[in-house]
Write a protein that binds this ligand. Sequence first.
Ligand code: 5GP
Ligand code: ZN
Length: 137
Amino acid sequence: MDCLFCKIATKELPAEIVYEDDRTIAFLDIRPINKGHTLVIPKDHALNIYEIDDERLCDVMKSAKRLAGVVKAATNAEGINIGMNNGPAAGQVVMHAHVHVIPRFADDGHAHWHGEPYAEDELEAFGKLIRDAASAA
Ligand code: 5GP
Ligand code: ZN
């Protein structure tokens, strides 16, 4: 399979690796939101959160947690965003599951997500929609 992050995981392609264990590897994003922006991936190929094995996702999240503290300390960040884009509409460009660990600073100029309140009855309607989907899953 021609997958960029698989090739980084097997070291066929270079990357600035900052952490590695048996099942996960973490390296610097080449186009960082802020310097030190790190990507954590499973070494085994998985497309996204829907397809990744539960245990493997736990491995990735454990590494992301560890790196959150490490990246924060190393970059003197004031906060850390943890993010995962799943599907092109959500901004996923590389089709190998990955978690972003992004150092943040109060004055870094990046906007936070802007929420809008629900219209009348919508909150309950969406609650029901999602509860029904959860009980069918
Ligand atoms: P996505 O938008 O899929 O969640 O994030 C993919 C990320 O991978 C982007 O932030 C992008 O800058 C990064 N990226 C794309 N190609 C490469 C690469 O060849 N090497 C590294 N280290 N990062 C990459
Ligand atoms: Zn892959």
